[in-house]
Design a protein around this ligand. Structure first.
Ligand code: MG
Length: 365
């Protein structure tokens, strides 16, 4: 057991609506007590998965290998982690839990970013199935990665697992056992993800010369930031994050008060999200996202990379459906899944570089 005077220092000002330090919902399989807190143990398990290490070679927006300084899926994840922790600590939420959810939130991404995800979804639909990266993140931590022979998956605390169900309908009656709303820690990570990708995509867009500072300044939010920091993009990036966090810090206590949310049970019982931007910032973010779509995501260079990634994912899927490798047979054996699910698990786990090499290999067979 952790001595109580030390425990008090672990996170002294947790609010009653936070998930408690030791959690409440437990793990599926019982485990012996540890010296570290339950969510610290979970963080360790997520960080040491192979899926986490592969994030460094997966595309965020700019394909891996196209430049050393663009965000990868790993650096994006680390940015989401730090913003989640900042939000959680300032709001008196469970920082360890927020960190766990943030670390795991993109584990299920295919190679080649959203283009790879789109191609994989199209492949799965041919078999009456679908693909969605959040669901795959969940599958990785509950089935595909192993921590012990005594249980499947990582046996994470239920609060972490539920926190990864980002797009699942809250109180979805078709998901028995998952009737609670998301914890505030999970809601915080969703917003931290949005802050991280919006701000770093502006930064990467400027680096790739797909955006100019004048383009950014022409938006309401961009003007507000660049009026304060000249044209130093690093300083501006920090100020973007700070401005968006500032909005949430003002907004959240007001929303919690408005909905009489005082305890964790109140959070679980609330039928809608409690963590969202003010109306004004939401509008400004929409304007910024429009700019990013027009100049960055929709640009010829990013689209060309996307088409290349889609072709690789789709060709690999077709090949392995008719030529299931030993690795795929092993996945079927290990998970009891159908062939399309095992092919999907194998390809979704690949890094950009590995998928490219594999494509060259199988296309020349
Ligand atoms: Mg993300």
């Amino acid at each position: 057991m952790i001595p109580s005077q030390i425990l008090q220092c672990a996170q002294p000002e947790l609010q009653p609506y936070a998930v408690p330090l030791f959690g409440q919902l437990g793990r599926l399989a019982k485990e012996a007590k540890t010296f570290r807190l339950p969510f610290q143990v979970d963080r360790d398990r997520i960080l040491h998965t192979q899926a986490f290490r592969r994030l460094q070679y997966k595309t965020q927006v700019f394909a891996f290998g196209h430049g050393d300084h663009f965000r990868t899926r790993l650096t994006h994840t680390l940015e989401v982690v730090q913003i989640s922790r900042d939000l959680a600590r300032t709001l008196g939420l469970n920082e360890d839990l927020a960190e766990c959810i943030a670390l795991a939130h993109d584990l299920g991404h295919t190679p080649f970013g959203h283009a790879g995800e789109e191609a994989m979804n199209a492949c799965m639909q041919q078999h009456g199935l679908h693909f969605e990266h959040n669901e795959q993140s969940l599958r990785i931590v509950t089935i595909l990665e192993r921590n012990s022979h005594n249980y499947g998956g990582l046996n994470l605390n239920t609060e972490v697992i539920e926190g990864l169900m980002k797009h699942r309908e809250i109180n979805d009656s078709s998901a028995p056992g998952y009737l609670r709303s998301l914890s505030l820690e999970a809601q915080v990570v969703n917003l931290a993800d949005e802050i991280a990708y919006t701000v770093h995509d502006i930064d990467d867009g400027l680096r790739a010369n797909l955006l100019t500072i004048d383009d950014v300044k022409a938006t309401q939010l961009g003007k507000k930031i660049f009026d304060r920091v000249d044209s130093n993009t690093q300083e501006a990036r920090g100020m973007f994050v700070d401005t968006l966090l500032g909005d949430l810090f003002e907004q959240i206590p007001r929303v919690l008060l408005q909905h009489s949310v005082k305890t964790l049970s109140d959070v679980y019982a609330c039928k809608h999200s409690l963590i969202f931007f003010s109306h004004a910032i939401k509008k400004q973010l929409e304007e910024m996202r429009d700019l990013l779509w027009k100049n960055v995501y929709g640009s010829q260079s990013v689209q060309a990379q996307a088409e290349y990634g889609k072709k690789i994912v789709s060709d690999l899927f077709t090949f392995f459906m008719t030529n299931p490798s030993e690795r795929i047979q092993a996945l079927i054996h290990q998970t009891g899944s159908s062939l399309p699910l095992a092919v999907k698990d194998f390809i979704a786990g690949m890094t950009d570089a590995y998928a490219g090499e594999m494509w060259t290999e199988v296309m020349t067979k």
